[in-house]
Design a protein around this ligand. Structure first.
Ligand code: SIN
Length: 325
């Protein structure tokens, strides 16, 4: 059987990290190794697919930004539109992987597999996880069942949805978790096994048009804490935020001072979205005008709000996005 054609878009991160010593797992330069060097260290990967590579950027993903996610998405859409390409793999740093991959999930057509992959140990480590992760990501990208499931994230032998994934550990290789609904399967030495389906969103409901997004609207996150100074929300708007995501307590509660600032933000036309700083569960809004983000994390809700506002949506359409995505 003919091998699938997989395009690899490299963006940097620890997966391409280089350190002076193989036991240095923290003091390395992210994004320093080329995608060619990574692939040359795992020649068996060429048995899985015909690979074409492209270095989009070589950054530590802590410098990732909405501008970057938009430009990666536009390039990814071009690659996926090429009839010669069967699937796309994007390499990324893990620090903002969940944000970049969720942005891609919101705006890309998923009729061809799109897989995002990173690593926790640099390429130069004695036991790097990135090479195995990359091999597994290409294996998942070549699997027929990987299409139509939204953007996927593959790390630590696990297949997760971009919708569900979050970074849960600061240095260990099992850092990425699919959470309550995001773990779809396993990939063991290149063998792909699915055990679940993502039901949260179907592509037919997708209504955020990437073509309409050229530059990001500014959205900030206000994190609730006992006695947090609510006036910071005012300054977010003063600095140009068109949206504010509130990371409330528990089911989405907040102090009276924050309530009063939210009311002022809503009056001046800022879109305010409610999430929780708790790690799982839904939120409930006690304030009219506040949009509930369901089970999305604050950083995911920010990504969705950026996408919706940047596509020119009004408040009602933004609200509908939070019901769909
Ligand atoms: C980064 O996000 O670029 C550095 C950290 C990592 O990839 O794990």
């Amino acid at each position: 059987m003919d091998k699938k054609h997989v395009h690899i878009l490299a963006t940097g991160g620890t997966i391409a990290g280089m350190a002076d010593s193989p036991i240095d797992l923290l003091g390395y330069t992210a994004g320093a190794a080329s995608i060619r060097e990574l692939l040359d260290s795992i020649p068996e990967i060429n048995m899985l697919a015909e690979l074409q590579t492209e270095t989009f950027c070589g950054i530590a993903s802590e410098n990732g930004s909405p501008e970057l996610w938009i430009s990666i998405a536009h390039r990814a859409a071009e690659v996926l539109a090429d009839p010669a390409v069967d699937a796309l793999v994007v390499t990324s740093g893990t620090d903002t992987l969940e944000e970049m991959s969720y942005f891609l999930d919101i705006v890309l057509d998923d009729s061809k597999p799109v897989v995002v992959v990173g690593a926790m140990r640099p390429f130069t480590a004695y036991s790097p996880d990135g090479t195995v992760n990359l091999h597994n990501a290409v294996a998942v990208a070549t699997a027929e069942e990987s299409a139509g499931k939204g953007v996927l994230v593959v790390m630590n032998d696990t297949i997760m949805t971009a919708r569900g994934v979050s970074k849960a550990d600061s240095f260990r290789v099992n850092t990425m978790t699919g959470g309550e609904f995001g773990t779809l399967g396993w990939v063991a030495a290149g063998d792909v096994h699915y055990g679940g389906l993502p039901l949260r969103r179907s592509r037919k409901d997708a209504n955020i048009d990437l073509a309409a997004i050229t530059r990001p609207e500014k959205v900030e996150i206000f994190y609730m804490a006992g006695g947090a100074d609510a006036r910071l929300m005012h300054y977010m708007a003063e600095l140009g935020a068109k949206g504010v995501v509130l990371a409330g307590f528990g089911s989405g509660t907040f102090s009276d001072a924050v309530r009063s600032e939210i009311e002022k933000l809503l009056q001046r036309g800022v879109t305010v979205v409610l999430t929780s700083r708790a790690r799982s569960g839904l939120v409930h809004s006690s304030l009219p005008g506040l949009i509930e983000a369901g089970d999305l994390t604050p950083q995911q809700a920010r990504v969705l709000l950026i996408a919706a506002l940047s596509a020119g949506m009004d408040r009602e359409k933004v609200k509908r996005c939070f019901e769909i995505y």
